[in-house]
Each structure stands twice: as C-alpha cells, then as structure tokens.
Design a binder for this molecule. Structure first.
Ligand SMILES: *Cc1c(COP(=O)(O)O)cnc(C)c1O
Length: 374
C-alpha cells in the first residue's frame, strides 16, 4: 500500500492515520527511553517545534534570499566555538548531523593532504576502535583507508601509545572522541593531539554527543580533562546541536581551527547551465528549520539553563550508577565522564570478553539482510 492514491484525502483523515502509524512507535515522552532522545522538556520543546515550523520552508541554500538563516547559523556556530574554547580564527558550518560534520572533517583532511602532502597516494585515517562508525562511512565515501587502534579494556579510553604508533607516512587524520558514544569516556586527547601534531597530521575531536555537555561540566568545575580547542594540535571538532544541545534533528556543527582548513570543505562548480554552486557542506537545498530551532533553544536555555540540565542529569547518572552497583548480575562497563554509560549483564558475557566478541555480525551478513529488505 503506497501513499499515493488516485484521489486526495481530507487532512483530518490523514492526521488520524498518522496518529495510528505513530502508535507503533515507542513513546518518547514516557521517560523510559534511554538512548537517542534528548528532550529539553515542556516549554523549550514547544519553542523548538514552533521555531522549526516557522522556518521549515526557508531554503538555507539560498542565504542571499533568506539572510536570517545565515545570521542564525553564524550565531550558533560562534556560540559553539566559544564553548569549545576556540579563538576568533575558528570558523565552521551547521550541518544535518554528526555524520555530515564528520564527513566534512574527513574531506578537509583528505584535500588538505592533496595540497600539502601530494606524495600520499593511499591516504589513511587513524582512529580508536571506539570511534563512531560515521568515520568508517566517511572513509568509505571518500576513498580513504581506516586504521583502528586499541583501547584500554578497563575504561575504554584510547591507548595513546598504540595510537601514536599507528600514525604513519600515509596518515592524513587522527581522531579522538569526547566522549565515545558507548562508554561515555573521553580519550587522552592531549597525548593524541601532540602525537599527531608532531608529525604534522590533522587531528579531529568527535564531540558530537559530548561537546556542549562537557563544556558546561568544565565551566562548572566538574570536569578536568581537556578535550577541545584549548588543546594544541586539535584542528577540527564536530558537536551536535541535536543531542545535548537539545535542538530537534537535523542540527550539528563542524568547526575548523582556521579559514585555511575550511577552504578544503568547499565544493565549487560553475561548469553547467544550472546555477553556480559554492558551498561548505554536503547538503544543498535544506530547511532552515533546524537552524532556527537550534538558535531558539540556545536563546531559551542560556548558560544557566544548560547548567541546570547538566547538574540534574549528572546527579541522576551518579545515582543510577550507585544503584546499579547494588544489583547483582549487571554492572556499568566504565566510570563515565558524562551522563552516558553501557551496562553489561553476566548473561551477555564478562566485560573483558566484549572486545573479543566483535564483530557481532559479519559485514556480509548485515549487507545480505539489507539488500533483501524493502
Ligand atoms: C551521534 C554521534 C555521531 C553521529 O551523529 P549523527 O548525528 O547520528 O549523524 C558521531 N559521533 C558520536 C560520538 C555520536 O554520539
């Protein structure tokens, strides 16, 4: 049954059907969804949906027609650059999500190497095994080889020495997570960034999930690990607004240490009868809705609002960890640096065998499932 019928239907009927369809989804308001949901609650949520629909139709590709989109984007990018301790040389773009931000950072590294290290013909990116699959996706799309490095099996932070050893003559980018998504722990960023910088290799921080939250923890004096532009050698950072920035999807930010680096993100094309294209992101036409909603939620919460959320959720995280400690048969795999962690149960296997169990399905098994799906 497709969506397109011969005759159109009345909007109230359609809305009723949408309601029915949504009935099969998990109830994201239940308070029992523990992943992939970032709800600022009540009024802030209502505001983001209003801001989103107010700008839904504006096409952020045409910022000459819709200068509002450009202005709001600049405000959001500047706010994140400040939170992540960038100076006024730091520039960036809003994107559709962490994956696009990461795709751009990887493209910047590839094209920076094409200009500055043309002897590299088989470029590689080096990342800990805990890094997000978006880097593998970016490498797949952009024709780079991925080299993964081990982590400490106690806290799941990258092994900085192994990372250093993996940097080679073909490496165009090193990656660290702040934090990694599964374990909530921050890699030893200063050591990794120093290793990359000694060899003139660009170094990206994946702060997609943690950038905003950790910045507030740092400002509130409850985090002492360095993870942002304050660390020398960090050349780009991705940070999602649609996670702990509390904007609706699709909103993320990618930041570059300099305009010179951002240059490599640009795509330019004037060789068709169509309009000339020059833009710094993957998407062309896109709704200004996510940009407006990001701008609005930052204005609404302010520093005080974000601090309140961080304080409450960090307290709740520690209370949960204490509770989990008392339950036999399950435990948290790590002492997390922010409000995220992974639980293991005896039945799934002991902590130190988890890494040996990778991968849970082979690449070919996964592919076959999808090729045959609708
Ligand atoms: C969510 C996330 C990403 C990718 O983000 P999408 O917004 O899902 O594309 C990358 N890295 C980390 C650590 C993440 O948590």
């Amino acid at each position: 049954m497709g969506a397109l019928k011969r005759e159109g239907e009345a909007s109230d009927q359609i809305l009723a059907q949408l309601g029915k369809l949504a009935g099969d989804d998990v109830d994201w308001r239940s308070g029992q969804i523990l992943t992939g949901l970032y709800d600022p609650g009540g009024e802030a949520y209502d505001l983001t949906t209003q801001a989103f629909s107010r700008f839904l139709t504006q096409n952020a590709l045409y910022i000459n027609m819709y200068p509002s989109a450009g202005r709001m984007e600049n405000d959001v990018v500047r706010s994140l650059a400040d939170l992540l301790q960038g100076d006024d040389q730091v520039v960036g773009s809003m994107t559709s999500g962490g994956t696009e931000s990461i795709m751009l950072a990887v493209k910047v590294a590839r094209d920076h190497a094409r200009e500055h290290r043309p002897e590299i013909t088989a470029p590689e990116i080096v990342l800990p095994i805990t890094a997000h699959p978006a880097f593998h996706k970016a490498a797949h799309y952009l024709g780079l080889k991925v080299v993964t490095t081990p982590v400490d099996t106690g806290d799941f932070r990258a092994d900085a020495a192994a990372f250093r050893d993996a940097l080679g003559p073909n490496t165009v980018l090193g990656v660290g997570s702040a934090p990694n998504f599964s374990h909530g722990t921050i890699d030893p960023i200063p050591e990794m960034a120093a290793a990359a910088s000694e060899r003139d290799i660009l170094f990206h921080i994946d702060a997609c999930v943690g950038g905003i939250y950790l910045s507030f923890m740092r400002r509130m004096g409850i985090l002492s690990r360095d993870f942002d532009f304050a660390v020398e050698g960090v050349t780009s950072i991705s940070a999602d607004m649609h996670k702990y920035g509390y904007a609706p999807k699709n909103a993320s930010v990618v930041l570059y240490r300099s305009r010179e680096l951002r240059k490599h993100a640009l795509f330019v094309c004037s060789g068709t009868t169509e309009y000339a294209v020059i833009n710094p992101t993957v998407l062309s036409s896109k709704s200004a809705g996510p940009i407006a909603a990001s701008w609005a939620v930052m204005r609404y919460l302010g520093e005080v609002g974000y601090e309140k959320i961080v304080r409450e959720s960090w307290d709740a995280t520690r209370a949960m960890l204490e509770g989990i400690d008392k339950i036999e048969g399950i435990e948290a795999m790590t002492e997390p640096d922010m409000c995220m962690f992974t639980l293991v149960s005896d039945r799934l296997g002991a902590i130190n065998t988890i890494l040996d169990q990778l991968p849970v399905a082979t690449r070919d098994e996964l592919l076959t499932t999808f090729i045959n799906a609708n």
